[in-house]
Design a binder for this molecule. Structure first.
Ligand SMILES: [Zn+2]
Length: 567
C-alpha cells in the first residue's frame, strides 16, 4: 500500500519540480554576437594560437552546437541576420536576398532601403565610387529602416513583453547587420565608410543621442591613420605562415595581398574601406559598442536588455583573401582577442553571470577556387551576366520571336526575365520560365534552375536543393527563376567588382555556422546533433518568456534551457 502511494506522489512531485519550480533566472542582458561569414570549423581550426578568454571561453564554458546549418538556399548577410533575428525562414520573414527586383518600382532594391527615413548625417551615404559592397550601391536612397522585414524579431517581442522598458540595440559596420537585429522596435547604428562615423536613420532618432555625437567627435577610427595591419604573432607560428602571397587573393583598391596592409592617411578615398577589410573594423565596432553600453546603462536593472553586435571584418577578409589565407588566420586571432576584450568589459559592467551570450554567424563561406585547385579539387566561376548571349538562350529567344534582352537581371540567387516583352509577345510567362530553366541547367556550374511557378505550385520533388529553394521562396519578392550553382562554383564578378570568392550557396561550407550559448550559469557542453540558427530565437523566447516572433518556427535547444530553466 505504502509503495502505491509513493508511486502516486512521485509523478506529481516530478511535474511540480520541473514545470512549476521557482522563477527561472532571467539575464540582465542578452548579448547576441554575429560574426559575418564565420564558417563553423574556423574557430577550432585556429584555436591553437588563441587566448583563453575569447573563443576558448565559449568552447569550454558554453553550449557549443557543432553541427548547425541554415536551411535556406541563399546564404547571404541580410538573409542570415534576419533568420537570426526573427527565427523564421526567408520565405516567411521576406528577406530573401541582399538585393531583389521590385516590380512596382521597376528596379533592383537594396534589402533595408527606405526613402522615408534618411540617414541623419549629411554625406554619410554609400559612396558609389569607392564602395566595394555592390549590394549597397544598388540602394536607390540613403534611407534605411527594418520595414521590409515582414515578421517580428525576438528583440521586438522583448520590447513588447516589457512594454517598451527593455533597451534594444543593434550595432555593426554593415547597416543590414545592425538594422535586422535591432528589429522594428530597437535602435540601430552602423558605420559610414565615407564619414568614419557611426550613423543611424530618422526611423530611429530625430537627432543623435549626445553620447553618439561625442563618440564621433573623438574620431577613434582615425587612430589607424598611417598605420598598418600587421601580424599579431611571429609568422612561423601560423598555419598559413608560408602562404601570404597567394595569386588568387585580391589586391582590393590597393590594400595589397601581403602583410603589412597599409591603412594610409585617414583622408584618402579608400581609408574607410581599408578599415573594414581588416580587424580594425571590428575594433571600431567594439569601441562604439562599449560607449553604448556605458551611456545607455545596458544591463543595469532587472529588465532584460538586448544588444546585438555584428562583426563584419571576417566577411570582407574572406571575400578578398579567402578563409584559407594568412589574412584570415590573423583576423581570426584578432577577432578572438576582440571577443575576449568584449567579454571582460561585459563582466565588469554587467557581470557574465547576468549575461546570456549567443554567438553565431549569418553564413559560412567557401574556399577560393585557386586554393581548392591547388589541392586538385575542381572549382570555378560562373558568369550569369553573359547568359543572355549564350547560344542556347539565343536559340530560345529566336523561337519566341524575342529580339531584345530576355534575361533582364540577375542578382543571386534570382534571375529576372523581361516580363514586358514576354507580355507584349503574348507568351505565357510560365512557359518561358520553364524553357529558360531547362536551357540554363545545361550551363557549366549550374546545379539547379527552377521557375517560380514550379516553386509556387510546389511541383518539385523533395530533394536537398528544392527544400532549400522553397525555404527561400517568397512569392512577392523572389525572381522568375532561382539559380543554384554546383558545389565549389561561384560568381565573383559583381558589375566589374571582382572578389576572390563569394558565399551564398546551399552547400555545407556556406550553411555551416557555430551556434554557441554562454554566460550566466551555463556549463560547457559540445552538442553534435543537427540544429539550425533559427532555433536560437525559439530558445530565447523560451528562456525569457516572450511570445514567439510572428514567423518563428525553430526548435527549443534543450541543452541550454535545461540548464537555465531549472534554476
Ligand atoms: Zn559576404
Amino acid at each position: 500500500m505504502k509503495f502505491k502511494i509513493i508511486l502516486l506522489i512521485l509523478p506529481v512531485f516530478f511535474i511540480a519540480g520541473t514545470v512549476f519550480s521557482q522563477e527561472s533566472q532571467k539575464p540582465k542582458l542578452i548579448l547576441q554576437i554575429t560574426v559575418d561569414q564565420l564558417r563553423g570549423d574556423l574557430p577550432e581550426k585556429f584555436m591553437k594560437n588563441m587566448g583563453n578568454d575569447g573563443f576558448r571561453y565559449l568552447k569550454e564554458q558554453g553550449v557549443w552546437y557543432a553541427n548547425a546549418h541554415y536551411g535556406h538556399a541563399n546564404t547571404e548577410t541580410v538573409v542570415g541576420h534576419t533568420v537570426l533575428a526573427t527565427g523564421a525562414d526567408p520565405s516567411v520573414n521576406g528577406m530573401i536576398s541582399n538585393v531583389w527586383f521590385d516590380r512596382e518600382k521597376g528596379r533592383l532594391v537594396y534589402n533595408i532601403e527606405d526613402a522615408r527615413y534618411p540617414i541623419l548625417t549629411e554625406n554619410a551615404d554609400v559612396d558609389a565610387s569607392t564602395e566595394i559592397d555592390q549590394s549597397q550601391v544598388i540602394a536607390g536612397t540613403d534611407g534605411r529602416s527594418p520595414a521590409n522585414i515582414i515578421t517580428t524579431t525576438f528583440s521586438d517581442e522583448l520590447m513588447l513583453m516589457t512594454n517598451g522598458k527593455a533597451k534594444v540595440f543593434g550595432v555593426s559596420v554593415k547597416d543590414r547587420g545592425a538594422v535586422t537585429m535591432a528589429g522594428h522596435t530597437g535602435k540601430a547604428f552602423w558605420f559610414s565608410k565615407p564619414k568614419g562615423e557611426f550613423i543611424t536613420s530618422s526611423y530611429y532618432y530625430n537627432e543623435y543621442p549626445e553620447w553618439v555625437k561625442q563618440w564621433n567627435k573623438l574620431r577613434f577610427p582615425e587612430t589607424f591613420s598611417n598605420k598598418a595591419w600587421n601580424l599579431m604573432h611571429d609568422k612561423s607560428t601560423y598555419l598559413f605562415g608560408n602562404d601570404d602571397d597567394q595569386e588568387w587573393e585580391m589586391d582590393m583598391a590597393g590594400f595589397g595581398r601581403t602583410f603589412p596592409h597599409q591603412y594610409g592617411p585617414a583622408d584618402s578615398a579608400y581609408y574607410g574601406s581599408y578599415l573594414t577589410f581588416s580587424p580594425a573594423g571590428d575594433d571600431i565596432t567594439l569601441n562604439f559598442a562599449k560607449a553604448l553600453i556605458e551611456a545607455e546603462a545596458i544591463g543595469k536593472d532587472d529588465i532584460t536588455d538586448y544588444l546585438s553586435i555584428s562583426f563584419s571584418s571576417t566577411d570582407y577578409v574572406g571575400h578578398l583573401f579567402g578563409p584559407s589565407s594568412l589574412e584570415a588566420e590573423d583576423n581570426m586571432l584578432r577577432l578572438d582577442s576582440t571577443l575576449a576584450d568584449l567579454f571582460a568589459f561585459i563582466d565588469k559592467k554587467v557581470g557574465l553571470e547576468n549575461t546570456l551570450i549567443i554567438l553565431s554567424a549569418d553564413h559560412g563561406g567557401p574556399d577560393v577556387p585557386g586554393y581548392l585547385e591547388s589541392f586538385g579539387i575542381e572549382s570555378g566561376y560562373v558568369s550569369p551576366d553573359k547568359w543572355d548571349k549564350e547560344p542556347s538562350i539565343q536559340a530560345l529567344k529566336q523561337k519566341f520571336g524575342i529580339g531584345q534582352e530576355l534575361i533582364h537581371d540577375f542578382f543571386p540567387p534570382y534571375l529576372y526575365l523581361n516580363e514586358e516583352i514576354i507580355k507584349a509577345k503574348g507568351l505565357e510567362l510560365e512557359e518561358v520560365e520553364k524553357a529558360v530553366a531547362k536551357e540554363l541547367m545545361s550551363i557549366k556550374g549550374v546545379a539547379l534552375a527552377v521557375s517560380s511557378f514550379a516553386l509556387q505550385k510546389n511541383q518539385l520533388p523533395d530533394t536537398y536543393l528544392n527544400r532549400k529553394a522553397l525555404r527561400n521562396f517568397n512569392r512577392k519578392r523572389s525572381g522568375n527563376l532561382l539559380i543554384l550553382f554546383e558545389p565549389q562554383y561561384f560568381i565573383n564578378d559583381f558589375n566589374g567588382e571582382i572578389v576572390a570568392v563569394n558565399h551564398g550557396g546551399p552547400w555545407m561550407y556556406d550553411s555551416y555556422v557555430p551556434v554557441v550559448f554562454a554566460g550566466m550559469d551555463i556549463k560547457g557542453l559540445k552538442v553534435t546533433r543537427k540544429v539550425e540558427p533559427k532555433d536560437i530565437v525559439s530558445t530565447l523566447t523560451n528562456i525569457i518568456g516572450t511570445k514567439p516572433p510572428s514567423g518563428a518556427d525553430g526548435e527549443v535547444l534543450n541543452e541550454v534551457t535545461s540548464q537555465l530553466n531549472s534554476k
